[in-house]
Design a protein around this ligand. Structure first.
Ligand SMILES: Nc1ncnc2c1ncn2[C@@H]1O[C@H](COP(=O)(O)OP(=O)(O)O)[C@@H](O)[C@H]1O
Ligand SMILES: [Mg+2]
Length: 262
């Protein structure tokens, strides 16, 4: 399928929050190709969520810009959708009602009712459509949120550690399914994670960030077939390489802190 997703360009982006002296993000330059899954990986606090919110138009950088298909992002758009760690569903509604919300808000639900049914089937909730979302497990609730995000046919799906609250089995299953959906539907996906295995399991390209300030310090392509076989030697070598990159980053930071204190 040809990719209908968007290209994202981030150029010379830096950000310092109000009342702070040091930048949270510094000099970020990144191209995210359409139809691919890009993972942003880094330690807690390195600025991943901040960067994702800037791509979504929820935060404006103090310097530089995010461009999507050559347009500078200045506000949120229905063309890109954000999904968080907590599925943020309405507890009094059914699975179907929650999944349909984006379409209801945009006034297109009546035309696209079938799409909601298909998506709920696709994410494995065929038998749960009439249930109240509170009757579902955490993994099933995250599937509802995924169906809701996909229902509005976004060009870009932004995922902020969406699986970190799930058990290991559900997590790896959803990682496989979501990367498959992304590629089958030609959606550009940007995944924020601190989980090395998640990045290698899902991404075409892994972007490595350091902290204080948040900077891009490396990139790693993952050229393995989907769904990825986690028992493959190549898979585990890539995991090790990524882990080693983080050790190098830590050493380099320690050195530069020592130098600036000297
Ligand atoms: N609204 C804000 N005002 C001030 N500082 C913030 C704000 N949001 C985040 N930060 C700080 O920016 C840094 C990066 O945060 P965040 O983007 O959430 O990191 P990550 O998602 O990588 O864990 C943290 O030090 C955090 O405390
Ligand atoms: Mg975060």
């Amino acid at each position: 399928m040809t990719a209908k997703g968007s290209n994202v360009w981030i150029s010379e982006l830096s950000h310092t929050f109000k009342k702070q002296t040091k930048p949270t993000l510094k000099n970020i330059n990144l191209t995210i190709p359409k139809g691919q899954l890009t993972a942003l990986i880094g330690r807690s606090g390195c600025g991943k969520s901040t960067l994702l919110q800037m791509i979504a138009g929820l935060l404006i950088p103090s310097d530089g810009a995010v461009r999507i298909n050559a347009h500078t992002v200045t506000k949120p758009s229905a063309k890109w959708n954000m999904m968080f760690q907590k599925p943020s569903l309405y507890p009094w509604m059914t699975v179907r009602e929650n999944a349909a919300l984006g379409l209801v808000f945009s006034g297109t639900y009546n035309d696209k009712k079938d799409r909601v049914e298909e998506l709920l089937d696709m994410v494995g909730l065929a038998e749960h459509k009439d249930k109240n979302v509170q009757q579902l497990s955490g993994g099933q609730q995250q599937r509802v949120a995924l169906a809701r995000s996909l229902a509005t046919e976004p060009e870009i799906l932004l995922l902020d550690e969406p699986f970190s609250a799930l058990d290991a089995f559900t997590r790896s299953q959803l990682q496989n399914e979501v990367s498959e959906i992304c590629h089958n539907q030609g959606i550009t996906m940007i995944l924020v994670t601190h989980d090395i295995e998640e990045a290698v399991a899902m991404a075409d390209n892994v972007v490595i960030m350091s902290q204080n300030p948040g900077e891009i310090v490396g990139e790693m392509e993952v050229k393995l077939d989907y769904p990825r076989d986690r028992s493959l030697e190549e898979f585990n070598t890539l995991k090790e390489n990524l882990f080693n990159e983080f050790e190098k980053i830590d050493l380099a930071k320690q050195r530069s802190v020592a130098e600036s204190n000297a």
